[in-house]
Design a protein around this ligand. Sequence first.
Ligand code: PMV
Length: 325
Amino acid sequence: MKTPRVTARAHTNIALVKYWGKRDEDLIIPMNGSLSLTLDEFYTETTVQFDSKQQTDHLILDGVTQPTTRVTPFLDIIRNQAGITAGAVVTSTNHVPTAAGLASSASAYAALAAAASKAAGLTLNRQDLSRLARRGSGSATRSVFGGFVEWQAGTNDATSYAVPIDEHPTWPIRMVTVVVDRAEKKIGSRAGMQTVVKTSPFYQEWVKKAQADLAAIKPAIAAHDIQQTGAIAESNAMAMHALNLTATPHFTYFTADSLTAMHCVEELRAKGIPCYYTMDAGPNVKVLCEEQHVAAILTALQAHFDKNDLLVAHPGPGVQIIRED
Ligand code: PMV
Protein backbone atom coordinates (compact mmCIF):
# COMPACT_ATOMS: atom_id res chain seq x y z
CA MET A 1 0.00 0.00 0.00
CA LYS A 2 1.29 3.41 -1.01
CA THR A 3 -0.20 6.69 0.21
CA PRO A 4 -0.49 9.73 -2.07
CA ARG A 5 2.77 11.59 -2.73
CA VAL A 6 2.39 15.04 -1.22
CA THR A 7 4.66 18.05 -1.67
CA ALA A 8 4.64 21.07 0.65
CA ARG A 9 6.55 24.34 0.56
CA ALA A 10 7.48 26.28 3.70
CA HIS A 11 9.52 29.45 4.11
CA THR A 12 12.16 30.30 6.68
CA ASN A 13 11.49 32.85 9.39
CA ILE A 14 13.71 35.21 11.34
CA ALA A 15 12.82 35.88 14.95
CA LEU A 16 12.60 39.50 16.10
CA VAL A 17 12.00 38.25 19.64
CA LYS A 18 13.96 35.02 20.01
CA TYR A 19 13.14 31.60 21.32
CA TRP A 20 16.20 30.59 23.35
CA GLY A 21 15.62 27.77 25.83
CA LYS A 22 13.20 24.90 26.34
CA ARG A 23 11.15 24.03 29.40
CA ASP A 24 10.51 20.57 27.90
CA GLU A 25 13.19 19.01 25.69
CA ASP A 26 11.02 16.21 24.28
CA LEU A 27 7.92 18.19 23.45
CA ILE A 28 9.91 21.35 22.60
CA ILE A 29 7.98 23.69 24.85
CA PRO A 30 9.85 27.01 25.02
CA MET A 31 10.64 29.02 28.14
CA ASN A 32 9.40 32.21 26.48
CA GLY A 33 7.14 33.32 23.66
CA SER A 34 8.76 34.57 20.45
CA LEU A 35 7.86 36.53 17.33
CA SER A 36 9.19 36.28 13.79
CA LEU A 37 8.88 37.41 10.21
CA THR A 38 8.46 34.69 7.58
CA LEU A 39 10.63 35.42 4.54
CA ASP A 40 9.70 34.95 0.91
CA GLU A 41 13.10 34.25 -0.65
CA PHE A 42 14.26 31.21 1.32
CA TYR A 43 12.15 28.07 1.38
CA THR A 44 12.12 24.29 1.48
CA GLU A 45 10.05 21.96 -0.70
CA THR A 46 9.49 18.50 0.69
CA THR A 47 7.75 15.48 -0.85
CA VAL A 48 6.56 12.58 1.30
CA GLN A 49 5.07 9.20 0.44
CA PHE A 50 4.46 6.37 2.89
CA ASP A 51 4.90 2.87 1.44
CA SER A 52 4.09 -0.29 3.41
CA LYS A 53 6.83 -2.15 1.47
CA GLN A 54 9.30 0.28 2.97
CA GLN A 55 10.73 -1.05 6.28
CA THR A 56 12.64 2.11 7.17
CA ASP A 57 12.46 5.79 6.23
CA HIS A 58 14.58 7.29 3.47
CA LEU A 59 15.67 10.92 3.39
CA ILE A 60 17.15 12.60 0.34
CA LEU A 61 18.17 16.17 1.05
CA ASP A 62 19.27 18.33 -1.89
CA GLY A 63 19.90 15.14 -3.87
CA VAL A 64 22.02 13.42 -1.19
CA THR A 65 20.84 10.52 1.01
CA GLN A 66 21.02 11.48 4.69
CA PRO A 67 20.60 9.65 8.01
CA THR A 68 17.03 9.74 9.35
CA THR A 69 18.00 10.04 13.03
CA ARG A 70 15.89 13.18 13.56
CA VAL A 71 13.29 12.61 10.87
CA THR A 72 12.17 9.10 11.90
CA PRO A 73 11.08 10.04 15.46
CA PHE A 74 9.21 12.99 13.95
CA LEU A 75 7.48 10.76 11.38
CA ASP A 76 6.64 8.34 14.23
CA ILE A 77 4.48 11.05 15.82
CA ILE A 78 2.53 11.28 12.55
CA ARG A 79 2.36 7.49 12.08
CA ASN A 80 0.99 7.14 15.62
CA GLN A 81 -1.66 9.78 15.02
CA ALA A 82 -2.64 8.27 11.66
CA GLY A 83 -2.48 4.65 12.82
CA ILE A 84 -0.04 3.55 10.11
CA THR A 85 3.32 1.79 10.29
CA ALA A 86 4.67 2.24 6.73
CA GLY A 87 8.11 3.69 6.09
CA ALA A 88 8.39 6.98 4.22
CA VAL A 89 10.39 8.33 1.33
CA VAL A 90 11.16 11.98 2.03
CA THR A 91 12.73 14.14 -0.68
CA SER A 92 13.60 17.67 0.30
CA THR A 93 15.14 20.62 -1.55
CA ASN A 94 16.28 23.90 -0.03
CA HIS A 95 15.77 26.95 -2.21
CA VAL A 96 18.31 29.47 -1.06
CA PRO A 97 20.21 31.64 -3.55
CA THR A 98 23.65 29.97 -3.72
CA ALA A 99 24.87 27.79 -0.85
CA ALA A 100 24.37 30.65 1.58
CA GLY A 101 24.35 28.68 4.80
CA LEU A 102 20.74 29.75 5.28
CA ALA A 103 19.05 26.37 5.05
CA SER A 104 16.88 26.31 8.13
CA SER A 105 15.25 23.74 10.34
CA ALA A 106 12.23 26.08 10.48
CA SER A 107 11.31 25.71 6.82
CA ALA A 108 12.43 22.06 6.81
CA TYR A 109 10.15 20.88 9.62
CA ALA A 110 7.20 23.07 8.64
CA ALA A 111 7.30 21.58 5.12
CA LEU A 112 7.82 18.04 6.44
CA ALA A 113 4.95 18.39 8.93
CA ALA A 114 2.55 19.58 6.22
CA ALA A 115 3.56 17.04 3.56
CA ALA A 116 3.84 14.02 5.86
CA SER A 117 0.61 14.65 7.80
CA LYS A 118 -1.33 15.07 4.55
CA ALA A 119 0.27 11.98 2.96
CA ALA A 120 -0.62 9.97 6.09
CA GLY A 121 -4.27 10.99 5.67
CA LEU A 122 -4.47 13.42 8.61
CA THR A 123 -6.45 16.61 8.21
CA LEU A 124 -4.85 19.12 10.55
CA ASN A 125 -5.91 22.70 11.02
CA ARG A 126 -3.11 25.26 11.07
CA GLN A 127 -2.93 25.37 14.87
CA ASP A 128 -2.44 21.61 15.03
CA LEU A 129 0.03 21.74 12.14
CA SER A 130 1.97 24.37 14.07
CA ARG A 131 1.98 22.12 17.16
CA LEU A 132 3.21 19.23 15.02
CA ALA A 133 5.97 21.28 13.31
CA ARG A 134 7.12 22.33 16.81
CA ARG A 135 8.03 18.71 17.59
CA GLY A 136 10.63 18.80 14.76
CA SER A 137 12.18 22.16 15.55
CA GLY A 138 10.97 25.04 17.71
CA SER A 139 11.32 27.72 15.05
CA ALA A 140 9.28 25.55 12.60
CA THR A 141 6.23 26.24 14.79
CA ARG A 142 6.19 29.77 13.35
CA SER A 143 6.89 28.89 9.68
CA VAL A 144 3.39 27.41 9.37
CA PHE A 145 2.17 31.02 9.05
CA GLY A 146 3.23 33.91 6.83
CA GLY A 147 4.26 37.46 7.69
CA PHE A 148 4.55 38.37 11.37
CA VAL A 149 3.95 35.36 13.61
CA GLU A 150 3.89 34.87 17.37
CA TRP A 151 4.72 31.54 19.00
CA GLN A 152 2.71 31.47 22.20
CA ALA A 153 4.94 29.56 24.61
CA GLY A 154 2.14 27.71 26.40
CA THR A 155 3.00 25.12 29.02
CA ASN A 156 2.27 21.81 27.28
CA ASP A 157 1.74 20.19 23.88
CA ALA A 158 -1.83 21.45 23.58
CA THR A 159 -1.10 25.09 24.42
CA SER A 160 2.23 25.73 22.64
CA TYR A 161 1.63 26.90 19.05
CA ALA A 162 1.99 29.85 16.71
CA VAL A 163 -0.64 32.42 15.78
CA PRO A 164 -0.51 34.86 12.88
CA ILE A 165 -0.09 38.53 13.87
CA ASP A 166 -0.20 39.96 10.33
CA GLU A 167 0.01 37.37 7.56
CA HIS A 168 0.10 39.81 4.65
CA PRO A 169 1.81 42.94 5.92
CA THR A 170 1.13 46.04 3.83
CA TRP A 171 4.17 47.51 5.58
CA PRO A 172 7.11 47.48 3.08
CA ILE A 173 9.38 45.76 5.57
CA ARG A 174 12.55 44.04 4.32
CA MET A 175 15.29 41.85 5.75
CA VAL A 176 18.77 42.19 4.26
CA THR A 177 20.89 39.13 5.00
CA VAL A 178 24.65 39.52 5.17
CA VAL A 179 26.11 36.09 4.53
CA VAL A 180 29.40 36.21 6.40
CA ASP A 181 29.97 32.47 6.63
CA ARG A 182 28.59 29.59 4.59
CA ALA A 183 29.88 26.87 6.91
CA GLU A 184 27.74 24.67 9.13
CA LYS A 185 27.33 26.21 12.58
CA LYS A 186 29.66 24.77 15.22
CA ILE A 187 27.25 24.92 18.14
CA GLY A 188 23.73 23.96 17.07
CA SER A 189 20.79 25.85 18.54
CA ARG A 190 19.66 22.78 20.49
CA ALA A 191 23.00 22.40 22.33
CA GLY A 192 23.54 26.15 22.66
CA MET A 193 20.23 26.88 24.35
CA GLN A 194 20.51 23.80 26.58
CA THR A 195 23.89 24.98 27.91
CA VAL A 196 22.51 28.45 28.57
CA VAL A 197 19.37 27.23 30.42
CA LYS A 198 21.48 24.94 32.61
CA THR A 199 24.38 27.23 33.41
CA SER A 200 23.74 30.94 32.86
CA PRO A 201 23.09 32.81 36.12
CA PHE A 202 21.17 35.37 34.02
CA TYR A 203 18.74 32.96 32.38
CA GLN A 204 15.65 34.08 34.32
CA GLU A 205 16.45 37.70 33.43
CA TRP A 206 16.44 36.67 29.75
CA VAL A 207 12.98 35.12 30.10
CA LYS A 208 11.65 38.30 31.73
CA LYS A 209 13.18 40.49 29.05
CA ALA A 210 11.90 38.30 26.20
CA GLN A 211 8.38 38.46 27.63
CA ALA A 212 8.59 42.25 27.95
CA ASP A 213 10.03 42.56 24.41
CA LEU A 214 7.24 40.40 23.04
CA ALA A 215 4.58 42.57 24.69
CA ALA A 216 6.23 45.76 23.42
CA ILE A 217 6.98 44.72 19.83
CA LYS A 218 3.38 43.83 18.92
CA PRO A 219 2.00 47.40 19.13
CA ALA A 220 5.17 48.64 17.38
CA ILE A 221 4.53 46.25 14.47
CA ALA A 222 0.85 47.17 14.38
CA ALA A 223 1.86 50.85 14.13
CA HIS A 224 4.45 50.07 11.40
CA ASP A 225 6.97 51.82 13.64
CA ILE A 226 10.38 50.78 12.28
CA GLN A 227 12.33 52.60 15.02
CA GLN A 228 10.50 50.84 17.85
CA THR A 229 10.25 47.46 16.14
CA GLY A 230 13.91 47.53 15.11
CA ALA A 231 15.20 48.76 18.47
CA ILE A 232 13.33 45.99 20.33
CA ALA A 233 14.49 43.30 17.87
CA GLU A 234 18.12 44.43 18.05
CA SER A 235 18.13 44.66 21.82
CA ASN A 236 16.48 41.24 22.12
CA ALA A 237 19.04 39.63 19.81
CA MET A 238 21.96 41.19 21.68
CA ALA A 239 20.56 39.97 25.01
CA MET A 240 20.36 36.43 23.63
CA HIS A 241 23.93 36.60 22.35
CA ALA A 242 25.16 38.17 25.59
CA LEU A 243 23.56 35.29 27.48
CA ASN A 244 25.73 32.85 25.53
CA LEU A 245 28.84 34.54 26.91
CA THR A 246 27.57 33.97 30.45
CA ALA A 247 27.13 30.21 30.02
CA THR A 248 29.62 27.55 31.17
CA PRO A 249 31.35 26.87 28.87
CA HIS A 250 30.76 30.29 27.30
CA PHE A 251 30.36 30.52 23.55
CA THR A 252 29.49 32.99 20.85
CA TYR A 253 28.15 33.00 17.29
CA PHE A 254 29.82 36.34 16.55
CA THR A 255 32.75 36.47 14.15
CA ALA A 256 34.84 39.48 13.17
CA ASP A 257 32.68 39.80 10.03
CA SER A 258 29.47 39.79 12.10
CA LEU A 259 30.83 42.74 14.08
CA THR A 260 31.83 44.54 10.88
CA ALA A 261 28.26 44.19 9.57
CA MET A 262 26.79 45.38 12.88
CA HIS A 263 29.09 48.43 13.01
CA CYS A 264 28.11 49.27 9.45
CA VAL A 265 24.42 49.23 10.46
CA GLU A 266 25.18 51.45 13.47
CA GLU A 267 26.97 53.95 11.21
CA LEU A 268 24.02 54.03 8.83
CA ARG A 269 21.72 54.66 11.78
CA ALA A 270 23.93 57.50 13.00
CA LYS A 271 23.39 59.03 9.54
CA GLY A 272 19.62 58.82 10.03
CA ILE A 273 18.83 55.59 8.18
CA PRO A 274 16.55 53.41 10.31
CA CYS A 275 18.06 49.91 10.12
CA TYR A 276 18.55 47.33 12.85
CA TYR A 277 20.41 44.04 13.10
CA THR A 278 19.60 40.63 14.45
CA MET A 279 21.47 37.31 14.48
CA ASP A 280 20.45 33.71 15.12
CA ALA A 281 22.54 30.66 16.06
CA GLY A 282 25.19 31.49 13.47
CA PRO A 283 27.39 34.37 12.34
CA ASN A 284 25.16 35.75 9.53
CA VAL A 285 23.70 39.19 10.23
CA LYS A 286 20.16 40.15 9.20
CA VAL A 287 19.19 43.79 8.84
CA LEU A 288 15.59 44.91 9.35
CA CYS A 289 14.58 48.00 7.38
CA GLU A 290 11.97 49.49 5.07
CA GLU A 291 12.08 49.18 1.27
CA GLN A 292 12.96 52.86 0.78
CA HIS A 293 16.32 52.38 2.55
CA VAL A 294 17.40 49.07 1.01
CA ALA A 295 19.57 50.67 -1.70
CA ALA A 296 21.53 52.84 0.77
CA ILE A 297 22.03 49.88 3.10
CA LEU A 298 23.31 47.66 0.29
CA THR A 299 25.72 50.37 -0.87
CA ALA A 300 27.16 50.75 2.62
CA LEU A 301 27.48 47.00 3.18
CA GLN A 302 29.16 46.56 -0.21
CA ALA A 303 32.16 48.47 1.14
CA HIS A 304 32.82 45.41 3.32
CA PHE A 305 31.05 42.45 1.69
CA ASP A 306 30.70 40.91 -1.74
CA LYS A 307 27.40 41.90 -3.30
CA ASN A 308 26.56 38.23 -3.89
CA ASP A 309 26.61 37.80 -0.12
CA LEU A 310 23.86 40.40 0.40
CA LEU A 311 20.34 39.05 -0.03
CA VAL A 312 17.15 41.07 0.27
CA ALA A 313 14.04 39.28 1.52
CA HIS A 314 10.36 40.30 1.63
CA PRO A 315 7.65 38.96 3.95
CA GLY A 316 6.67 35.47 2.84
CA PRO A 317 3.64 33.17 3.01
CA GLY A 318 2.79 30.31 5.34
CA VAL A 319 3.19 26.64 4.50
CA GLN A 320 1.32 25.41 1.42
CA ILE A 321 0.59 22.05 -0.17
CA ILE A 322 1.79 22.55 -3.73
CA ARG A 323 1.28 19.07 -5.25
CA GLU A 324 -0.54 15.86 -4.51
CA ASP A 325 -0.50 12.76 -6.73
O1 PMV B 1 14.22 25.90 16.37
P1 PMV B 1 15.68 25.97 16.36
O2 PMV B 1 16.33 24.84 17.03
O3 PMV B 1 16.20 26.19 14.95
O4 PMV B 1 16.15 27.25 17.21
C1 PMV B 1 15.97 28.58 16.78
C2 PMV B 1 16.76 29.51 17.62
C3 PMV B 1 16.93 30.92 17.07
O5 PMV B 1 16.94 30.93 15.66
C4 PMV B 1 18.25 31.49 17.55
C5 PMV B 1 15.84 31.86 17.59
C6 PMV B 1 14.47 31.73 16.97
O6 PMV B 1 13.52 32.08 17.68
O7 PMV B 1 14.34 31.34 15.80
